[in-house]
Design a protein around this ligand. Structure first.
Ligand code: GDP
Length: 297
């Protein structure tokens, strides 16, 4: 069954890009995401984001935002990839400028190339005396990745995730890259998206962070993800504030699932709760049968 509603002509409007940060361990992914989350670099919005819900949205200027997948350790991201969920529009590849292109850097680049994902390179740790971004540019060009300043197509930005130096410029470049994609979605239909993470929260019940990709999710909507259904009891944004509805490219914490769906599960707002429960039960049964089959082998 196809749970997603078709888009009527003229229903698509532009949406913000969804961005992942990838790179070798210790090159500064977490530091970069933390800095952006806490500082809200450009908008200067009061009270940065304190919550860690797996994704967050920041304003780049008056009418431009970026949604970051904020999954340190990147288990969630790996899980999503393994489940075939493609939620990212642009990848930031972080490379420590005092180090070299490392195995996970190459892996990240190859993944982005295979997924046809535009890349922006962040040369990090520029505050360190040993930083040598030209060495990195050279190593990249040896991999056929030619950076813009050397006549290629890949934008780069020298940054320090520690001091925050040039992170505003990095976000502008990401925004520019995203504009070329002319990303659009229809907000006027039942929500569809991807589960970023989910867990049982003492006191609140099952809480799932969902990235809405199209449509609008509202309080009271019947919902379905993986083998769990429910009805939206409450929605929280990354600032911990209750919201009534969320639209395309917005991350949100959803309360009301009967269980914890898995990272990478498809998320759907559905017509009715019985329909949602019915599909969830069928999926659960299918899972059990498959589980039994694997056990026998
Ligand atoms: P991740 O494994 O890619 O998420 O890397 P982390 O963000 O955890 O950073 C690894 C280490 O490098 C930590 O000790 C950070 O404090 C440090 N680090 C990250 N960015 C910078 C930077 O711009 N300058 C300096 N001097 N250290 C940094």
């Amino acid at each position: 069954i196809n749970l997603e509603e078709a888009d009527a002509e003229g229903s698509l409007i532009s949406r913000s890009p969804i961005v992942t940060v990838m790179g070798h361990v210790d090159h500064g992914k977490t530091s970069l995401l933390d800095f952006i989350r806490k500082a809200n670099v450009i908008s200067g919005e009061a009270g940065g984001i304190t919550q860690h819900i797996g994704a967050y949205e920041v304003k780049v200027d008056e009418d431009k935002s970026i949604t970051f997948l904020d999954t340190p350790g990147h288990e969630a991201f790996t899980a999503m990839r393994a489940r075939g969920a493609k939620v990212t529009d642009v990848a930031i590849i972080v490379i420590a400028a005092d180090d070299t292109v490392m195995p996970q850097t190459t892996e990240a680049i190859n993944h982005a190339l295979a997924a046809n994902l535009p890349m922006v390179f962040a040369f990090n740790k520029m505050d360190k005396p040993g930083a040598n971004p030209d060495k990195i540019r050279e190593q990249l060009s040896a991999m056929n990745i030619l950076v813009e300043e050397w006549g290629g197509k890949y934008q780069t930005q020298e940054i320090s995730a520690k001091s925050g130096m040039n992170i505003d410029k990095l976000l502008e470049k990401v925004s520019l890259e995203a504009e070329l994609l002319e990303l659009k979605a229809n907000p006027n239909k039942r929500a569809v998206g991807t589960v970023i993470e989910a867990q049982l929260d003492k006191g609140r019940g099952y809480v799932a962070t969902v990235l809405v990709e199209a449509g609008t999710l509202r309080i009271g909507d019947p919902i379905l993800a993986g083998s769990y259904s429910g009805r939206v009891k409450a929605l929280y944004n990354e600032r911990g504030a209750r919201v009534d509805e969320v639209g395309p490219s917005q991350p949100v914490q959803v309360l009301g699932f009967a269980g914890a769906p898995q990272a990478g599960d498809r998320f759907n707002g559905v017509e009715s709760e019985p329909e949602a429960r019915d599909i969830a039960n069928k999926r659960l049964q299918l899972q059990r049968e498959q589980g039994l089959r694997t056990q026998k082998h």
